[in-house]
Design a protein around this ligand. Sequence first.
Ligand code: V4E
Length: 223
Amino acid sequence: YFLQMSVEVERKFLFDSDTLKAIEDIGDCVGQKQFHDKYFDTPDFKLTLRDVWLRRRKQSWELKCPIDPVNGAVEPGREKSLCTQYKEITNLPEIYQRVKEVIKDTCENCDADITPSDEDDSWLNTLKLCCFAEFTTTRRSFTLKGEDGVKIDLDQADFGYHVGEIEVLVPEGGDIQSAQEKIRHTAQRLGLNEERRVEGKMTVYLKRYRPEQYAILLSAHVL
Ligand code: V4E
């Protein structure tokens, strides 16, 4: 069957009213929306320890995983580049297969022949998945003239953190390096001068509300 898979390349940035003005000056607002996310993992963090993020957003399932899934390993000394790239999977049967693959070592029910359903969450119980984070985001999205395929999102999370992201979606087999170039160029146009990776909503959420998971992911070099 057809697999909807693309790679999301993105760079997060901190913004204030000056950045917002710069974006409004050179870009077009293409919409504002609100969405509620619920993230799921096993009680011993099998997914997030592999940098795999399962969430439900607007009644749809999404899985974000590293693009180089060689054992899903997270290298200890990995250079934290400004850009991140994750594979995005939105097809539920494919999500189910991937999740099963990651947690199989300790999943007694993994051989159970079930079909995951959008209407019924019992497949979550089968895989012992529980919700570990839940928040609502208000997002304003912008495009910039002359910057094809680049989207800018300004996110305000309901737990009191806001963060921007410059994002390029690369179809399967597409050129990730040129996406990174576009992001670098856009960052320059916006006058961003971050030298380090900026914390995402999830990092801040875990630090604040799930300190145990945060500490474990930090020492596993996932965050
Ligand atoms: C924490 C995390 C992931 C889950 C959240 O992904 P994120 O892109 O931050 O969320 P959001 O709401 O902007 O999703 P979008 O609408 O863009 O699809 S996926 C990967 N991580 C790890 C991670 C990290 N360690 N550092 C940074 C800067 N980003 C992500």
